[in-house]
Ligand binder design. Structure first.
Ligand code: CU
Length: 665
């Protein structure tokens, strides 16, 4: 069973425990002794079951259980054991008809219920990592619950409670002893709660070193000075574009109209293409996007000053302003561009386009020249719940002569993954996220997962029949490649959702990689979760990294040349497509299973619930880079983004990602 399912099962067992402990406490208070006894036994058994689910999760990784093992379970086990001893004995006595149930038994069982509740509350509100402050607050709240319950329950059963207490009180009047316990307990609870709250307000550290050297005193360079080349490589040309960001009503192929935010009035924006070595020269103008826009070159390892992150590498481009990007197209492959300013709104509304860089002739012998074949760039985007492929929202036919080499460049511009099926021809996945795979084998009858922001280049030779590209198992939509003259044919495609998903970690053949990822200079762990955290200065139920939200997540410090390793753990019940700017990362393993196929270089990897990914990269593109979830609402509203900072690089801007509308522009 997957870790994600164990996480859900553990939540359910925890909630069942809360329910049974409370039910036992309430029935005991109502003196329904038979039911109370049965529920007490049930609560104890559910608690033992919980120990088992937590033990299984612990086997999947300490990150999944830290707060449960250190706080939730010990607190529940202690309170539960006391409750079983006190209430169990009292109930056995009561069943023999010798006495009423004493008040302290009710208090003990309800206290166990509060302890059972405190565990999941800490998990849902705080998660990983548990801090001393949180633990103190949780324990003091359970203590306060116990004291209040004693106050409420005891007068109702005054006689028996006083008799019981008085017997143990060595003759002192029960009333003053109870009062003494109440005052002392109250003082302890208030002190613990105060200390816990104080600890929670300590300012977070601003930087984490990942086990590497601390910040040096080397002379600083500003990100604003880390700009691209001014000229193409010898033999290259200048690819000049002016992109004007503006609102427009866009008519899709079905005739449907969309109120969009666009580059140049088009969705997707103008396709930017180049040949390796060309100079890309793009002037971004903003006509009327009030909050501002930028251009971020997703997956393209541009110099940091070209990266288009407002507040970090530049100011947002406001209406009437412009920003000039220049960089050399050194990387071959399929990429895309989009605004990084309030991108959870801007990209969704249409501020995106594609960037494709083709190799110079002769550099890729295996690849047929594009002119002879079919080479389509297909950004997949969702407008109001309807999937739109390359600006077309109904089924699209495209001619393809039999025998022609075909390359389909899929780009996911949404915040959630898409499932891709290609039916009618065996094919290869030539490239992932723009980077070629090594010896990719031919596959058919498989589903492919295209993470948010990700790209897949599918190549095949056009057969003598129709080939269908199906997105999200909607066999009626998508793209049909059709031999000339074939107007009605369709490939056999009964249940695309039944096709198994191809695991890219085992696809293609291994090859040498340019560094040894087993000996990283820095190792950072990012545990992704939900919890209460400060996001952009306000408390929120945030999407957290190590328990914090942007910009209070510590920067990751690296030095140029470092081999850096990331462990990314998803404790939450949502998928987080993780995206580092400026560098592709090499996938090492997922859930402890190493990558055995082609070296897999990606700029976005989908960390699904309960998954743990190990990736590594070489730090050789100095700057301050965003490192974030590419589910854009998670990043911008939820706060799931942080910075990877090179030693010696500074920013003249405010340093926090200014892309949230909360910043008030
Ligand atoms: Cu996310």
């Amino acid at each position: 069973m997957s870790t994600g399912l164990w996480i859900i099962l553990d939540h359910l067992v925890a909630l069942l425990g809360v329910a049974t402990w409370f039910a036992a406490g309430v029935t005991l208070a109502l003196r329904r002794t038979r039911t109370a006894f049965a529920l007490l036994v049930a609560a104890a058994l559910v608690t033992l079951l919980r120990v088992a689910t937590v033990a299984v999760l612990a086997g999947r990784g300490w990150w999944y259980v830290q707060e449960k093992v250190l706080l939730g379970l010990p607190m529940l086990a202690t309170a539960g054991a006391v409750a079983v001893l006190l209430a169990g004995r009292a109930l056995l006595t009561a069943r023999r008809g010798r006495a009423d149930v004493p008040a302290y038994a009710v208090v003990a069982v309800l206290t166990a219920a509060y302890a059972a509740l405190a565990g999941p509350v800490v998990t849902f509100l705080v998660g990983y990592p548990l801090t001393v402050g949180t633990a103190l607050i949780a324990i003091s709240l359970v203590g306060a619950g116990a004291l209040l319950t004693a106050r409420v329950v005891a007068p109702a059963a005054q006689g028996t409670a006083e008799a019981g207490v008085a017997a143990a009180a060595e003759g002192r009047p029960a009333f003053s002893r109870r009062r003494f316990i109440g005052w002392t307990g109250g003082a302890v609870v208030v002190t613990a709660a105060g200390a816990g709250t104080g600890l929670s307000f300590l300012p977070p550290e601003s930087v984490t070193l990942g086990g590497g050297r601390p910040r040096s005193s080397r002379p600083a360079v500003s990100v604003a000075d880390l700009r691209g080349a001014g000229s193409p490589a010898p033999g290259g040309t200048v690819r000049r574009h002016v992109l004007t960001a503006k609102k427009a009503t866009v008519r899709l192929s079905s005739g449907r109209e969309v109120d969009a935010w666009t580059y140049d009035g088009e969705v997707p924006g103008p396709a930017i293409t180049a040949t390796q070595g060309d100079l890309i020269d793009v002037r971004l103008r903003n006509a009327d996007i009030d909050g501002g826009v930028t251009l971020h070159w997703h997956g393209y390892d541009v110099p940091c000053g070209e990266d288009g992150v407002p507040g970090l590498t530049q100011r947002p481009v406001r209406p009437g302003e412009e920003f000039a990007h220049r960089f050399r197209a050194d990387q071959v492959g399929t990429y895309w561009y989009h605004t990084h300013h309030a991108s959870h709104v801007g990209v969704r509304k249409g501020l995106y386009g594609t960037l494709v860089v083709r190799p110079r002739d002769g550099q890729r012998a295996a690849e047929p020249a594009a002119a002879e074949g079919v080479d389509l760039t297909l950004p997949v985007h969702t407008f109001d719940g309807v999937v739109v492929i390359a600006g077309r929202d109904d089924r699209t036919d495209h001619p393809a002569p039999p025998g022609a080499p075909v390359r389909l460049r899929l780009v996911n511009t949404d915040s959630d993954a898409h499932r891709i099926v290609l039916a009618g021809a065996p094919f290869r996945i030539a490239a992932v996220d723009g980077r070629d795979l090594h010896q990719p084998g031919e596959v058919s009858d498989v589903g492919l997962r295209l993470p948010a922001g990700g790209r897949l280049d599918l190549v095949f030779v056009m057969p003598d029949a129709v080939v269908a590209l199906v997105v999200d198992d909607d066999a009626a939509g998508g793209l049909r490649l059709r031999p000339p003259g074939d107007t009605a044919g369709a490939p056999r495609l009964d249940n695309p959702s039944d096709l198994p998903e191809l695991d890219l970690l085992g696809y293609g053949a291994p090859a040498a990689v340019p560094f040894d990822p087993r000996r990283p200079d820095r190792h950072f762990t990012m545990v992704l979760d939900r919890g209460v955290a400060v996001v952009d200065g306000r408390p929120a139920y945030a999407q957290t990294v190590n328990g914090r939200g942007h910009p209070r997540i510590p920067d990751q410090l690296v030095a140029e040349g470092d081999v850096v390793r990331f462990t990314v753990v998803n404790r939450s019940l949502e998928t987080h497509p993780w995206h580092l700017h400026g560098h592709p990362v090499l996938v090492l393993s997922r859930d402890g299973t190493p990558s055995t196929g082609s070296p897999l270089w990606v700029d976005t990897f989908d960390v699904r619930p309960g998954q743990t990914w190990e990736v590594a990269f070489r730090a050789r593109n100095p700057g301050i880079w965003m490192n974030h979830c590419h589910n854009l609402p998670h990043a911008h509203q939820g706060g799931m983004m942080l910075r990877l900072r090179y030693d010696g690089v500074t920013t003249p801007f405010d340093g926090s990602h200014g892309g949230s509308p909360r910043h008030g522009h």
